[in-house]
Design a binder for this molecule. Sequence first.
Ligand SMILES: Cc1cc2nc3c(=O)[nH]c(=O)nc-3n(C[C@H](O)[C@H](O)[C@H](O)COP(=O)(O)OP(=O)(O)OC[C@H]3O[C@@H](n4cnc5c(N)ncnc54)[C@H](O)[C@@H]3O)c2cc1C
Length: 422
Amino acid sequence: MVRRARRNTPSAAGGARLHRYVTGPTQGTNTVDLTFDDAQLAFRDELRGWLREHGPGGALGPEPDDEDESFAWRREWQRTLHEGGWAGVHWPKEVGGRGATLSETAIFFEELGRAGAPLPADVLGLLLAGPTLMVWGDSAQKERLLPTILSADETWCQGFSEPDAGSDFAALKTRAVPDPDKPGDWLVSGQKVWTSGAQYAKWCMLVARTDPDSGTPDGPPKHQGLTYFVLDMEAEGVDVRPLVQITGSPEFNEIFLNDVKIPGSAVVGGVGNGWKVALTTLMNERAGLAFFLQVRLRQQLDELVAIAQRNGSADDPIVADRLADLHVRTEALRLMAWKGLTAIEQYGQPGPEGSLTKWLWSETNQLLVQLAVDVVGADALTDGDPWAYALLRARGNTIEGGTTEIQKNIVAERVLGLPRSR
Ligand SMILES: Cc1cc2nc3c(=O)[nH]c(=O)nc-3n(C[C@H](O)[C@H](O)[C@H](O)COP(=O)(O)OP(=O)(O)OC[C@H]3O[C@@H](n4cnc5c(N)ncnc54)[C@H](O)[C@@H]3O)c2cc1C
């Protein structure tokens, strides 16, 4: 088993800067203006000051290796962010957020990455469940569920994928039937899989089929007849079984549901409307994260360049060529992330170009950790070395959050306007 050793400190490669970490856009029509205005600079400086005091190098100690301890540490980190008013940075003020603009949110994630700070424990709650509830939840749901997301007192998991429904998520088979003993309530049975963080979660964004005819030859299409529920993970009949990844860490799980009672008040967005509600969740999946990930990628690359310069492998033209390719990819990713943000500012929602960012980031991250084996040497394959963990964890990058093939389909059909594959 490869012990979980991660990088949470900024790159040690002080001399190997090939770029500026942070620039920023102001709104433009067809161009991205990569300069900050005064308000954005003030926001960034305030955050930098706060991170110096509370983040890595300040009050935040090192992340433990153990999976459970690491989660508890990141929960504490989220509480610290919450106390400082930084947990729901992009959430509106009326629900306890900071009310930051899109650009400020991007700055927040870039600065978090730049400081080497971890993501908060409940990324799924903050980025997916919270924003989905803000759009589709009723007032009782918002009042009950949003505050504990911010404070990390209750965390969330995403129960979408099933053994026979991943890329084609509308094919899901988990069934919800009316509870014969309690009209309005539901009984849910089925199986979810690859559910990250389910072992810690209090709530699950669960999508189940409430119209048994949907997806049958004579019934309505399979994406109709789905309903989105908030599942209480402590309810009777919920069985969470960890799945150990190639890294040796059980980051995700199987969830078995056996006649689990779900109250009617836990339906989000109305019975039969689950597809639309789930699309809101999926559209929020990568909000802001691209900025965090591209900075982390840059830090790892800087570190690798510095190692290659120190141990002489940078003199090998093939290694130098691969490093240069990674530099170009990483810079393209940074610009693409800001371009995507400009598109949201212009059109009000993320465009399909987000698929390009996911595709480029996951592929580049895999190329980088593979090159690390050649540059760093045997240490990069040794238990406990952060490069070894990174190498193995990166395998999942081209699958999680939508596989590369699915991203390519989206780019082909919706960005390039090519004919649909099916
Ligand atoms: C680390 C990790 C964490 C995850 N966390 C969660 C989570 O928290 N919650 C959750 O619900 N899910 C989670 N997932 C599941 C993830 O969303 C699915 O694995 C992913 O959507 C792919 O589905 P699948 O595994 O069923 O593969 P499949 O959809 O069966 O795909 C198998 C292969 O076929 C290809 N393929 C499928 N359809 C097409 C097509 N139309 N055109 C071209 N190629 C195609 C795929 O690209 C892939 O190579 C996680 C996965 C990973 C790796």
